[in-house]
Design a protein around this ligand. Sequence first.
Ligand code: PRX
Length: 639
Amino acid sequence: MVSKEKMVLDPPPEFAAQALVRDETLYRSASEDRLAFWAEQAESLDWYCKWDQVFDSNDPPFARWFVNGKLNACFNCLDRHTQTWRKNQAALIWEGEPGDSVVLTYQDLYQQVNKCANGLKKLGVQRGDRVAVCLGMIPELMVVMLACARIGAIHNVIFGGYGADSIADRINDCGARLVVTADGGWRRGGIISLKKICDTALRKCPGVERVLIVKRTGTDLEFMKGRDYWYHNLINEVESICEPEIMDAQDPLFILYTSGANGKPRGVMHTTGGYLAGVAATHRIVFDAKDNDVFWCTADIGWITGHSYVVYGPLLNGSTTLMYEGSPDWPERNRYWGIVEKYTVSVFYTAPTVIRSFMSWGAGWLDGRELGSLRLLGTVGEPISPEAWMWYYNYVGGGRCPVVDTWWQTETGMILITSLPGVTPMKPGSAARPFPGVDAAVVDGNGNAVSVGQGGYLVLRSPWPAMFSSLWGDTEGYKNLYWNKINGCYFTGDGAWQDKDGYFWIMGRVDDVINISGHRLGTMEIESLLVKHPVVAEAAVIGKFDEIKGQVATLFITMRDDYQDTPELLQELKDYVADGIGAIARPEDIYIIDEMPKTRSGKIMRRLLRDIAEGNVLGDTAAQEDEGVVEHIKERYRG
Ligand code: PRX
């Protein structure tokens, strides 16, 4: 059998011949002078005032990129393009799930964002304020983000699929006084009542003074006078032009919450200068950005992929970015391919879980769709199996399109490990090599590099421009959770190994973070919610392997006395998690057990629970306090 790292495909020659980057020069120049390389990338932005130092690390792990540089993110995404031929080029192509669509040129988007910025100001939003944005995938989401950036407010986009508890935690943590939401959002032909979910969340958010509502679905809602405002009324009452604020490179552009191994969501903060420089460079180089591209990243903007590669990256480079509101299988399982055909999408970026769904539905759903406009494919979010990679390459890309497997994180802001599509030979299943100017390694617990083929921790040994600047309100967490774990390195939380050609093979998380359909969730976050339920005494959540979703949440709970585990109760617990955290976290299975298997030091033995849930042969149980506990669980659930 040929080992999988031996499978190598060269970039298709027609692609390589026209690629922006065709040789290894960038790798070489970046390794000779990393800071000069990043400074050159940052030159692609418009600065009111240039930096006087590319990088300053006087106070590690805090770092400052482009010190004293001044710029505005919205100006860079819009204004400068309206001063060129791009003015009439489509900035955004949007398609709603019911089939409605909107195309906004750079000039149109500029006008809408200016109005929205003035609207936000009218509602009292000032530079430095946090604005929570809980919207589905509609154009106003992009407009509000850019409007915040224009006036120096910090957007905190909250995924529209989250439940009320998750939304409330994220609003309260960042101290937002304004929330932007919509009456509803379309999903699989039904309506998600966003405003209603937000209203439930807002009962726990005393600091919120105003709610701005976009009308999308015409759903009935409770309108709270004095607190609630309609978006369409507000923007009709304001001036057309709003001057962009001059921001410092270090000023936060946004906060985006993500999950970690601890129970509390982490408010990842990104800066204006470094983030934009990193995202512009990676979008241009990894996705080979060309003027006539239609770039479609299918990620929801509520996640970092959407921030960096639906909004900021493409707009900074003057590309046409496509946004689709709904589900890939609505009304049929060929919806995505219909969109590719209709808008002649040229670069398509999605997640392995989506590819696995398409595989399971069968290649027949691609029949009759003209996909010849595609020239480059990408994946992100989890390791992709070589089988799924080959399916994507052959059926979607027709063997003509390189596939870039891009590894990165909410915290990294930009792609860090990837192939360069016109240069790097592809090994299906490997994210390939660090992007030029990025210093990644696989090390042991002491920070020493491990040998070729040996597994270890994936770390970054030097800072990179789009690195997060801190965690909102938790500088200690920033230091301890990421920088103090492995000597002198940024700890990613992922395990990996490198092959003899230096390619990185990502093995997945080494902490209690699970990945459901490419969405990162902390098991502790779900557990903390569960123990607030009156029947739950103790809860352990594990990620169980799932063919399509990668992982699904499985619960093990012990109950308080006097409760019976009826089917109704199990259903209630599933709904409780879905309402609190979001539908993606809805547990697939619940195991009611008498006692949690624990180590002698009291830690829940999750590996053992995973083995039980997946029906594996049980591993070593020697560390466990009471052997009888496992026997009980096995007896009850595995016969
Ligand atoms: O485990 C890695 C996985 O997703 C995690 C980051 O999740 P999040 O912050 O939500 O960002 C996802 C999108 C950037 C990582 O720690 N991951 C991301 N990309 C890949 C990946 N695992 C393997 N291969 C990838 N290409």
